[in-house]
Design a protein around this ligand. Structure first.
Ligand code: G
Ligand code: G
Ligand code: MN
Ligand code: NA
Length: 262
């Protein structure tokens, strides 16, 4: 595959870049962080989304150096935001969310690399949230969970991404070192129609109640309309992400949003 063989040189040549999508508090609409989403500016094919190349990078192992690059860029950006910009909601420092793929989770250097980057750049661990998909943790044994547990104990937040799409094992949540559930956008989509899908409302209500009883925060993805945001706020979700608030964009876009909040 042409794209696969081009990946290492693309990383060397600096063809990857990161867009940030704001994470917003549902109660007052203030920005409290952003998710880092990598893109490839390919010299022939134009800008490629992660769905086009992350699976290839995962397959070849390039995801490890690429993921390290994404982490370093994102941590630098979060450090900049924390130093240069007004604080997010409730005076909390801004956070950055970085996606981890299964191969990164299995890589023995994960904890050491993450600590090294945080220390070198000077970002407090609480400024970083690592997103791991629910499917990557299905059936995870203690060996796989240990690095996440170590990071969580240091103060790095761990979010369970795309929650509710796989074989969600709610009882399993208790033994995972996660502090945030990111509810998959399929639930949000069920709230777009009028009236909202009553089953989706009930499911989200139940998930929020369980999450809060386990002291997990709930972030919802794919919020595209004010009506969806209203439902999700009423159901007790904590934070949201979606086109209604902002599309993924260059880091400067967050500056504008933050300065508008301040
Ligand atoms: O960028 P887009 O909005 O199309 O994101 C598509 C998917 O790609 C998301 O589910 C996200 O988890 C994944 N993704 C985006 N950036 C990264 C990254 O840096 N590393 C990994 N592993 N996945 C990413
Ligand atoms: O990590 P994850 O796959 O959840 O990454 C978020 C993905 O969802 C990205 O591809 C992003 O572009 C996409 N996305 C973000 N907000 C919205 C939205 O409001 N609607 C839809 N359809 N997709 C969104
Ligand atoms: Mn994600
Ligand atoms: Na997701």
């Amino acid at each position: 595959h042409g794209l696969t063989t081009a990946l290492p040189a693309a990383l060397e040549r600096g063809e990857f870049f990161i867009e940030y999508q704001p994470l917003v508090r549902l109660d007052d609409g203030t920005v409290h962080g952003a998710e880092a989403l990598v893109r490839w500016s390919h010299p022939q094919h134009g800008v490629l989304g992660p769905d086009r190349f992350i699976p290839l990078a995962e397959h070849t192992g390039l995801i490890v150096p690429l993921g390290r690059w994404v982490l370093e860029q994102s941590v630098r950006q979060a450090r900049f935001w924390q130093q240069q910009l007004p604080e997010g909601a409730l005076g909390m420092p801004l956070r950055v969310n970085v996606n981890l793929s299964p191969a990164q989770l299995h890589h023995p250097g994960l904890v050491a690399d993450t600590v090294e980057v945080l220390e070198r750049i000077g970002l407090p661990p609480g400024g970083l949230c690592l997103e791991v998909t629910e499917s990557a943790l299905i059936g995870a044994d203690e060996d796989l969970l240990k690095p996440l547990r170590q990071l969580a104990e240091m103060g790095v937040d761990i979010a369970l991404d795309d929650f509710g799409t796989g074989y969600s094992n709610l009882a399993n949540l208790r033994r995972l070192p996660v502090s945030v559930l990111k509810l998959d956008r399929s639930f949000t989509q069920g709230m777009q129609q009028h009236p909202a899908d009553p089953v989706d409302l009930k499911i989200v209500e139940g998930i929020v109640s369980l999450a809060h009883s386990l002291e997990l925060a709930v972030t919802v993805e794919g919020v595209e309309t004010g009506a969806q945001a209203d439902h999700l706020r009423r159901l007790g979700c904590d934070t949201a992400q979606g086109w209604y608030y902002a599309r993924p964009g260059p880091p400067e876009r967050l500056h504008t949003l933050l300065l508008a909040d301040a």
